[in-house]
Design a protein around this ligand. Sequence first.
Ligand code: FES
Length: 81
Amino acid sequence: MDNRIEVMICLGSSCFARGNKTTLQAITKFIDEHDLKDKINFHGGHCFGYCADGPNLKINGKLYTGIDEYNVIDILTNEFL
Ligand code: FES
């Protein structure tokens, strides 16, 4: 069983076009730099249905809205470091 914490970035067209393309790279880099591959199951998801609040991210089902490549580092730091 996969006990890692699920981090899912919205790759729906709205979130993707408004920044998640870049945020995805920032998250991948963060996971690499902090050696968190064993702790985090990071993957993309389809539209979460909250496009107006996006770009969006979910950590273990908890929704984070208005993320960008900078504030996502704070979110990940709070959650995982
Ligand atoms: S595209 Fe991300 S919530 Fe709809």
